[in-house]
Design a protein around this ligand. Structure first.
Ligand SMILES: Nc1ncnc2c1ncn2[C@@H]1O[C@H](COP(=O)(O)OP(=O)(O)OP(=O)(O)O)[C@@H](O)[C@H]1O
Ligand SMILES: CC(=O)N[C@H]1[C@@H]2OC[C@@H](O2)[C@@H](O)[C@@H]1O[C@H](C)C(=O)O
Length: 398
Protein backbone atom coordinates (compact mmCIF):
# COMPACT_ATOMS: atom_id res chain seq x y z
CA UNK A 1 0.00 0.00 0.00
CA UNK A 2 1.44 3.39 -0.98
CA UNK A 3 0.77 6.69 0.71
CA UNK A 4 -1.88 7.39 -1.91
CA UNK A 5 -4.17 4.77 -0.32
CA UNK A 6 -3.54 5.89 3.28
CA UNK A 7 -6.12 8.61 3.73
CA UNK A 8 -4.44 11.56 5.46
CA UNK A 9 -6.91 14.20 4.39
CA UNK A 10 -9.54 13.53 6.96
CA UNK A 11 -9.40 12.69 10.58
CA UNK A 12 -8.23 9.14 11.33
CA UNK A 13 -7.83 6.86 14.36
CA UNK A 14 -4.61 5.13 15.35
CA UNK A 15 -3.56 2.87 18.20
CA UNK A 16 -0.23 3.36 19.99
CA UNK A 17 1.38 0.66 22.14
CA UNK A 18 4.27 1.10 24.53
CA UNK A 19 5.95 -1.24 26.95
CA UNK A 20 8.98 0.47 28.35
CA UNK A 21 12.17 -0.31 30.18
CA UNK A 22 10.37 -0.60 33.54
CA UNK A 23 8.55 -3.71 32.22
CA UNK A 24 5.50 -2.75 34.25
CA UNK A 25 3.01 -3.55 31.49
CA UNK A 26 1.48 -2.43 28.21
CA UNK A 27 0.27 1.13 27.67
CA UNK A 28 -2.32 1.29 24.87
CA UNK A 29 -3.87 4.45 23.48
CA UNK A 30 -6.41 5.25 20.79
CA UNK A 31 -5.91 8.67 19.28
CA UNK A 32 -7.74 10.69 16.70
CA UNK A 33 -5.36 12.47 14.34
CA UNK A 34 -6.61 15.41 12.30
CA UNK A 35 -4.61 17.44 9.79
CA UNK A 36 -5.28 21.13 10.28
CA UNK A 37 -5.35 23.64 7.40
CA UNK A 38 -2.26 25.43 8.79
CA UNK A 39 -0.18 22.28 8.31
CA UNK A 40 -0.30 21.38 12.00
CA UNK A 41 -1.93 18.25 13.39
CA UNK A 42 -4.35 17.85 16.20
CA UNK A 43 -4.07 14.66 18.23
CA UNK A 44 -6.85 13.79 20.63
CA UNK A 45 -6.61 10.98 23.17
CA UNK A 46 -9.82 8.93 22.87
CA UNK A 47 -9.02 6.01 25.18
CA UNK A 48 -6.12 4.74 27.26
CA UNK A 49 -5.50 1.50 29.12
CA UNK A 50 -2.58 0.09 31.05
CA UNK A 51 -2.41 -3.68 31.31
CA UNK A 52 0.19 -4.89 33.83
CA UNK A 53 2.28 -7.87 32.74
CA UNK A 54 1.50 -11.03 34.72
CA UNK A 55 4.35 -11.46 37.26
CA UNK A 56 5.63 -14.63 35.53
CA UNK A 57 5.78 -12.91 32.14
CA UNK A 58 7.63 -9.95 33.68
CA UNK A 59 10.13 -12.39 35.20
CA UNK A 60 10.68 -14.11 31.84
CA UNK A 61 11.24 -10.73 30.14
CA UNK A 62 13.81 -9.76 32.79
CA UNK A 63 15.67 -13.02 32.10
CA UNK A 64 16.15 -11.81 28.50
CA UNK A 65 18.17 -8.78 29.66
CA UNK A 66 21.04 -11.08 30.57
CA UNK A 67 22.79 -12.00 27.30
CA UNK A 68 23.92 -15.31 28.84
CA UNK A 69 20.34 -16.36 29.64
CA UNK A 70 18.63 -14.92 26.56
CA UNK A 71 18.81 -17.98 24.36
CA UNK A 72 17.41 -17.79 20.83
CA UNK A 73 14.38 -19.99 21.65
CA UNK A 74 13.47 -17.79 24.63
CA UNK A 75 13.72 -14.61 22.55
CA UNK A 76 11.80 -16.17 19.65
CA UNK A 77 8.94 -17.41 21.79
CA UNK A 78 8.69 -14.21 23.85
CA UNK A 79 8.60 -12.23 20.58
CA UNK A 80 5.43 -14.10 19.61
CA UNK A 81 3.88 -14.08 23.10
CA UNK A 82 4.32 -10.30 23.32
CA UNK A 83 2.74 -9.98 19.85
CA UNK A 84 -0.30 -11.82 21.26
CA UNK A 85 -0.44 -9.64 24.40
CA UNK A 86 -0.05 -6.44 22.36
CA UNK A 87 -2.87 -7.59 20.04
CA UNK A 88 -5.12 -8.22 23.07
CA UNK A 89 -4.26 -4.80 24.49
CA UNK A 90 -5.13 -3.23 21.11
CA UNK A 91 -8.48 -4.98 20.86
CA UNK A 92 -9.36 -3.98 24.41
CA UNK A 93 -8.49 -0.28 24.02
CA UNK A 94 -10.34 -0.09 20.68
CA UNK A 95 -13.46 -1.40 22.44
CA UNK A 96 -12.93 1.08 25.29
CA UNK A 97 -12.83 3.85 22.69
CA UNK A 98 -16.25 2.74 21.43
CA UNK A 99 -14.75 1.89 18.03
CA UNK A 100 -14.28 -1.24 15.91
CA UNK A 101 -11.12 -2.57 14.24
CA UNK A 102 -12.35 -1.26 10.89
CA UNK A 103 -12.18 2.29 12.26
CA UNK A 104 -8.43 2.06 12.99
CA UNK A 105 -5.97 3.07 10.26
CA UNK A 106 -2.83 1.76 11.93
CA UNK A 107 -1.31 0.36 15.10
CA UNK A 108 2.12 1.69 16.11
CA UNK A 109 3.91 -0.68 18.48
CA UNK A 110 7.20 0.16 20.18
CA UNK A 111 7.80 -3.39 21.43
CA UNK A 112 9.86 -4.42 24.43
CA UNK A 113 13.50 -3.35 24.47
CA UNK A 114 15.63 -6.27 25.57
CA UNK A 115 19.00 -4.86 24.54
CA UNK A 116 20.24 -1.47 23.42
CA UNK A 117 23.82 -1.08 22.16
CA UNK A 118 24.09 2.28 20.40
CA UNK A 119 27.88 2.53 20.76
CA UNK A 120 29.98 0.83 18.10
CA UNK A 121 31.31 -2.67 18.39
CA UNK A 122 33.29 -4.50 15.67
CA UNK A 123 32.16 -7.68 13.96
CA UNK A 124 34.21 -9.20 11.15
CA UNK A 125 35.60 -5.80 10.32
CA UNK A 126 32.19 -4.07 10.28
CA UNK A 127 31.14 -1.39 12.74
CA UNK A 128 27.97 -2.58 14.50
CA UNK A 129 25.34 -0.57 16.40
CA UNK A 130 22.21 -2.45 17.40
CA UNK A 131 19.06 -2.39 19.44
CA UNK A 132 16.56 -5.18 20.02
CA UNK A 133 12.82 -4.61 20.51
CA UNK A 134 10.55 -7.65 20.44
CA UNK A 135 6.75 -8.14 20.10
CA UNK A 136 5.95 -9.51 16.66
CA UNK A 137 4.13 -6.98 14.47
CA UNK A 138 2.90 -9.75 12.14
CA UNK A 139 1.01 -11.32 15.04
CA UNK A 140 -0.55 -7.97 16.01
CA UNK A 141 -1.66 -7.38 12.40
CA UNK A 142 -2.99 -10.94 12.00
CA UNK A 143 -5.04 -10.86 15.22
CA UNK A 144 -6.49 -7.39 14.66
CA UNK A 145 -6.71 -7.13 10.86
CA UNK A 146 -5.08 -3.69 11.20
CA UNK A 147 -1.72 -2.77 9.63
CA UNK A 148 0.92 -2.65 12.35
CA UNK A 149 4.10 -0.57 12.33
CA UNK A 150 6.76 -1.94 14.69
CA UNK A 151 10.52 -2.01 15.24
CA UNK A 152 11.17 1.69 14.69
CA UNK A 153 14.66 2.13 16.11
CA UNK A 154 16.89 0.11 13.71
CA UNK A 155 16.20 2.46 10.78
CA UNK A 156 17.64 5.42 12.69
CA UNK A 157 20.64 3.34 13.71
CA UNK A 158 21.18 2.21 10.12
CA UNK A 159 21.98 5.82 9.25
CA UNK A 160 24.29 6.36 12.21
CA UNK A 161 21.80 7.39 14.93
CA UNK A 162 21.45 6.17 18.50
CA UNK A 163 17.97 4.84 17.69
CA UNK A 164 16.75 6.83 20.72
CA UNK A 165 15.07 8.89 21.96
CA UNK A 166 12.25 8.88 19.38
CA UNK A 167 9.43 10.60 21.25
CA UNK A 168 10.95 14.12 20.78
CA UNK A 169 9.71 14.04 17.17
CA UNK A 170 6.13 14.01 18.40
CA UNK A 171 6.81 16.30 21.36
CA UNK A 172 7.85 19.03 18.93
CA UNK A 173 4.61 18.53 16.98
CA UNK A 174 2.41 18.57 20.07
CA UNK A 175 4.02 20.86 22.66
CA UNK A 176 6.05 23.63 21.00
CA UNK A 177 5.34 27.18 22.10
CA UNK A 178 6.26 30.55 20.60
CA UNK A 179 7.35 32.25 23.82
CA UNK A 180 8.41 29.64 26.35
CA UNK A 181 11.35 27.23 26.28
CA UNK A 182 10.14 23.84 27.44
CA UNK A 183 11.96 20.88 28.90
CA UNK A 184 9.95 17.69 28.56
CA UNK A 185 11.26 15.18 31.06
CA UNK A 186 10.18 11.56 30.87
CA UNK A 187 10.85 9.55 34.03
CA UNK A 188 10.25 5.95 33.00
CA UNK A 189 12.77 3.19 33.66
CA UNK A 190 15.27 5.53 32.04
CA UNK A 191 14.97 9.34 32.17
CA UNK A 192 15.05 11.41 29.00
CA UNK A 193 14.89 15.13 28.38
CA UNK A 194 13.68 16.98 25.29
CA UNK A 195 14.55 20.66 24.90
CA UNK A 196 12.09 22.69 22.82
CA UNK A 197 13.41 26.25 22.60
CA UNK A 198 10.77 29.02 22.29
CA UNK A 199 9.69 29.44 18.66
CA UNK A 200 12.15 26.80 17.44
CA UNK A 201 12.13 24.79 14.22
CA UNK A 202 12.11 20.99 14.25
CA UNK A 203 15.88 21.01 13.58
CA UNK A 204 16.51 23.03 16.75
CA UNK A 205 14.99 20.46 19.10
CA UNK A 206 17.49 18.39 21.03
CA UNK A 207 17.07 15.53 23.44
CA UNK A 208 18.97 12.78 25.21
CA UNK A 209 18.66 10.22 27.97
CA UNK A 210 19.50 11.81 31.32
CA UNK A 211 20.31 8.43 32.96
CA UNK A 212 18.23 6.23 35.25
CA UNK A 213 14.62 7.28 35.83
CA UNK A 214 12.92 4.77 38.14
CA UNK A 215 15.11 1.82 37.15
CA UNK A 216 17.41 2.00 40.17
CA UNK A 217 14.55 2.80 42.57
CA UNK A 218 12.58 -0.23 41.33
CA UNK A 219 15.72 -2.38 41.44
CA UNK A 220 16.62 -1.59 45.05
CA UNK A 221 12.99 -1.81 46.26
CA UNK A 222 12.62 -5.28 44.70
CA UNK A 223 15.82 -6.45 46.41
CA UNK A 224 15.20 -4.81 49.80
CA UNK A 225 11.51 -5.78 50.02
CA UNK A 226 11.54 -9.15 48.17
CA UNK A 227 8.14 -10.44 47.10
CA UNK A 228 6.42 -7.40 48.59
CA UNK A 229 6.95 -4.44 46.29
CA UNK A 230 8.34 -3.70 42.83
CA UNK A 231 8.27 0.10 43.12
CA UNK A 232 8.24 2.82 45.76
CA UNK A 233 4.53 3.59 45.40
CA UNK A 234 3.82 7.24 46.12
CA UNK A 235 7.41 7.66 47.32
CA UNK A 236 6.32 6.20 50.69
CA UNK A 237 9.69 4.56 51.39
CA UNK A 238 11.85 7.48 50.22
CA UNK A 239 9.81 9.85 52.36
CA UNK A 240 10.92 8.01 55.51
CA UNK A 241 14.58 8.06 54.52
CA UNK A 242 17.46 10.52 54.53
CA UNK A 243 19.94 11.27 51.78
CA UNK A 244 23.27 9.50 52.32
CA UNK A 245 25.83 11.98 50.96
CA UNK A 246 28.55 9.34 50.55
CA UNK A 247 26.38 7.10 48.37
CA UNK A 248 25.03 10.05 46.39
CA UNK A 249 28.55 11.33 45.69
CA UNK A 250 29.67 7.89 44.58
CA UNK A 251 26.72 7.45 42.22
CA UNK A 252 27.14 10.88 40.62
CA UNK A 253 30.66 9.85 39.48
CA UNK A 254 29.14 7.54 36.82
CA UNK A 255 30.79 8.58 33.48
CA UNK A 256 27.47 8.49 31.55
CA UNK A 257 26.44 11.83 33.09
CA UNK A 258 29.30 13.70 31.42
CA UNK A 259 29.30 11.82 28.10
CA UNK A 260 28.87 14.18 25.12
CA UNK A 261 25.60 14.27 23.15
CA UNK A 262 24.05 12.45 21.37
CA UNK A 263 23.66 9.77 24.01
CA UNK A 264 21.19 7.13 25.13
CA UNK A 265 21.35 4.42 27.74
CA UNK A 266 19.45 1.50 29.23
CA UNK A 267 19.40 -1.50 31.48
CA UNK A 268 22.80 -2.62 30.14
CA UNK A 269 24.27 0.22 32.22
CA UNK A 270 21.85 0.69 35.12
CA UNK A 271 20.46 -2.85 35.48
CA UNK A 272 21.04 -5.81 37.74
CA UNK A 273 24.87 -5.67 38.03
CA UNK A 274 24.70 -1.96 38.93
CA UNK A 275 22.13 -2.66 41.68
CA UNK A 276 24.37 -5.43 43.13
CA UNK A 277 27.31 -3.03 43.30
CA UNK A 278 25.24 -0.21 44.84
CA UNK A 279 23.67 -2.45 47.49
CA UNK A 280 27.05 -3.91 48.42
CA UNK A 281 28.27 -0.36 49.17
CA UNK A 282 25.07 0.44 51.12
CA UNK A 283 25.50 -2.70 53.22
CA UNK A 284 29.11 -1.84 53.94
CA UNK A 285 27.91 1.58 55.19
CA UNK A 286 25.16 -0.07 57.32
CA UNK A 287 22.51 1.97 55.52
CA UNK A 288 18.84 1.35 56.23
CA UNK A 289 16.54 0.55 53.30
CA UNK A 290 14.68 3.87 53.48
CA UNK A 291 17.91 5.84 53.15
CA UNK A 292 18.98 3.82 50.10
CA UNK A 293 15.63 4.48 48.37
CA UNK A 294 15.67 8.19 49.28
CA UNK A 295 19.24 8.53 47.96
CA UNK A 296 18.58 6.84 44.60
CA UNK A 297 15.42 8.94 44.20
CA UNK A 298 17.56 12.03 44.74
CA UNK A 299 20.08 10.67 42.20
CA UNK A 300 17.45 10.81 39.43
CA UNK A 301 16.47 14.38 40.39
CA UNK A 302 20.15 15.39 40.58
CA UNK A 303 20.90 13.82 37.16
CA UNK A 304 18.11 15.91 35.58
CA UNK A 305 19.37 19.12 37.20
CA UNK A 306 22.94 18.25 36.25
CA UNK A 307 21.95 17.57 32.61
CA UNK A 308 20.16 20.92 32.44
CA UNK A 309 23.24 22.75 33.81
CA UNK A 310 25.65 20.82 31.59
CA UNK A 311 23.90 20.66 28.20
CA UNK A 312 21.09 23.22 28.13
CA UNK A 313 21.10 26.25 30.42
CA UNK A 314 23.64 28.50 28.69
CA UNK A 315 21.97 28.33 25.25
CA UNK A 316 18.36 27.76 26.16
CA UNK A 317 17.36 28.94 29.64
CA UNK A 318 14.10 27.11 30.21
CA UNK A 319 10.82 28.30 31.65
CA UNK A 320 9.29 25.01 32.63
CA UNK A 321 10.12 21.33 33.08
CA UNK A 322 7.09 19.18 32.21
CA UNK A 323 7.39 15.77 33.83
CA UNK A 324 5.82 12.63 32.34
CA UNK A 325 6.23 8.88 32.78
CA UNK A 326 5.60 6.90 35.96
CA UNK A 327 8.02 9.04 37.99
CA UNK A 328 5.54 11.89 37.96
CA UNK A 329 3.35 9.79 40.30
CA UNK A 330 6.10 9.82 42.93
CA UNK A 331 5.62 13.02 44.99
CA UNK A 332 9.05 12.69 46.62
CA UNK A 333 10.67 12.63 43.18
CA UNK A 334 8.71 15.76 42.21
CA UNK A 335 9.72 17.47 45.47
CA UNK A 336 13.42 16.67 44.86
CA UNK A 337 13.09 17.90 41.26
CA UNK A 338 11.60 21.19 42.46
CA UNK A 339 14.55 21.58 44.86
CA UNK A 340 16.91 21.06 41.90
CA UNK A 341 15.20 23.11 39.20
CA UNK A 342 13.36 25.97 40.84
CA UNK A 343 16.48 27.76 42.14
CA UNK A 344 17.57 27.83 38.45
CA UNK A 345 14.29 29.56 37.53
CA UNK A 346 12.66 26.47 36.00
CA UNK A 347 9.12 25.71 37.09
CA UNK A 348 8.32 21.99 37.55
CA UNK A 349 4.91 20.70 36.44
CA UNK A 350 3.53 17.25 35.68
CA UNK A 351 1.63 16.31 32.52
CA UNK A 352 -1.50 16.02 34.69
CA UNK A 353 -1.08 19.62 35.85
CA UNK A 354 -1.39 20.77 32.22
CA UNK A 355 -4.37 18.50 31.50
CA UNK A 356 -2.42 15.69 29.80
CA UNK A 357 -1.53 12.14 30.90
CA UNK A 358 1.92 11.10 32.13
CA UNK A 359 1.00 7.46 31.48
CA UNK A 360 -0.34 7.81 27.96
CA UNK A 361 2.29 10.11 26.48
CA UNK A 362 4.64 7.50 24.95
CA UNK A 363 1.81 5.32 23.62
CA UNK A 364 0.34 8.40 21.93
CA UNK A 365 3.77 9.11 20.43
CA UNK A 366 3.98 5.68 18.79
CA UNK A 367 0.52 6.09 17.25
CA UNK A 368 1.72 9.32 15.68
CA UNK A 369 5.09 7.91 14.58
CA UNK A 370 3.22 5.06 12.84
CA UNK A 371 0.96 7.59 11.11
CA UNK A 372 4.12 9.13 9.60
CA UNK A 373 5.43 5.71 8.55
CA UNK A 374 2.17 5.03 6.67
CA UNK A 375 2.35 8.46 5.03
CA UNK A 376 5.92 7.56 3.99
CA UNK A 377 7.27 10.64 5.74
CA UNK A 378 10.47 10.71 7.82
CA UNK A 379 9.88 10.43 11.56
CA UNK A 380 13.30 10.58 13.17
CA UNK A 381 15.07 13.73 14.38
CA UNK A 382 18.72 13.54 13.21
CA UNK A 383 19.66 16.38 15.52
CA UNK A 384 18.45 14.31 18.48
CA UNK A 385 19.68 10.83 17.61
CA UNK A 386 22.83 11.78 15.71
CA UNK A 387 21.55 10.13 12.52
CA UNK A 388 23.14 11.31 9.29
CA UNK A 389 19.76 12.09 7.72
CA UNK A 390 15.99 11.96 8.15
CA UNK A 391 14.56 8.51 7.53
CA UNK A 392 11.20 6.73 7.67
CA UNK A 393 11.33 4.44 10.69
CA UNK A 394 9.16 1.39 11.30
CA UNK A 395 8.40 -1.94 9.63
CA UNK A 396 4.88 -2.47 8.33
CA UNK A 397 2.97 -5.77 8.76
CA UNK A 398 -0.22 -5.82 6.71
N1 LIG B 1 2.26 5.66 41.92
C1 LIG B 1 3.58 5.57 41.70
N2 LIG B 1 4.45 5.92 42.68
C2 LIG B 1 5.78 5.84 42.50
N3 LIG B 1 6.35 5.41 41.36
C3 LIG B 1 5.54 5.07 40.34
C4 LIG B 1 4.12 5.14 40.46
N4 LIG B 1 3.58 4.73 39.28
C5 LIG B 1 4.62 4.43 38.48
N5 LIG B 1 5.79 4.62 39.11
C6 LIG B 1 7.14 4.37 38.59
O1 LIG B 1 7.12 4.50 37.20
C7 LIG B 1 7.62 3.30 36.57
C8 LIG B 1 6.92 3.10 35.27
O2 LIG B 1 7.09 4.24 34.48
P1 LIG B 1 6.80 4.23 32.93
O3 LIG B 1 5.66 3.33 32.66
O4 LIG B 1 6.78 5.63 32.49
O5 LIG B 1 8.15 3.53 32.42
P2 LIG B 1 8.47 2.84 31.05
O6 LIG B 1 7.64 3.41 29.97
O7 LIG B 1 8.44 1.37 31.29
O8 LIG B 1 10.00 3.25 30.86
P3 LIG B 1 10.78 4.01 29.66
O9 LIG B 1 10.09 5.30 29.44
O10 LIG B 1 12.15 4.13 30.23
O11 LIG B 1 10.76 3.08 28.50
C9 LIG B 1 7.37 2.21 37.57
O12 LIG B 1 8.27 1.14 37.39
C10 LIG B 1 7.58 2.95 38.90
O13 LIG B 1 8.93 2.99 39.24
C1 LIG C 1 16.19 1.77 23.61
C2 LIG C 1 15.00 2.23 24.39
O1 LIG C 1 14.03 1.53 24.51
N1 LIG C 1 15.08 3.45 24.91
C3 LIG C 1 13.98 4.06 25.64
C4 LIG C 1 14.32 4.13 27.11
O2 LIG C 1 13.19 4.61 27.85
C5 LIG C 1 13.30 6.04 27.97
C6 LIG C 1 14.55 6.34 27.20
O3 LIG C 1 15.28 5.12 27.34
C7 LIG C 1 14.28 6.59 25.71
O4 LIG C 1 15.52 6.84 25.09
C8 LIG C 1 13.65 5.40 25.01
O5 LIG C 1 12.25 5.44 24.95
C9 LIG C 1 11.45 6.51 24.53
C10 LIG C 1 10.10 5.99 24.26
C11 LIG C 1 11.98 7.27 23.30
O6 LIG C 1 12.56 6.67 22.40
O7 LIG C 1 11.74 8.48 23.24
Amino acid sequence: MGSETFDTHSSRYAVGLMSGTSVDGIDAAVVQITDCPDGKMSVKLIAFENTPFPAAVREDIFALFDPLKATVNKIGSMNVLLGELYAEASLSVITAAGLTNADIAVIGSHGQTIYHAPEASKLHGYEIHYTVQIGEGSVIAARTGIPCVSDFRPADMAVGGQGAPLVPFTEYLLYREAHRTLLLQNIGGIGNMTVIPAGCTQEQVYAFDTGPGNMIIDGVVERLYPGQQTMDTGGAIARKGRIHEGLLQLLTQEPYYTQPLPKSTGREQFGSAYIDWLLAYAKQQNMIAEDVVATVTMLTAWSIGDAYRRYVRVHDPADVLLVGGGGSYNPVMIEFLRQEMEPMGVQVMTQEEIGQSSDAKEAVAFALLADYTMKQQPNNLPNVTGAARPIIMGKISY
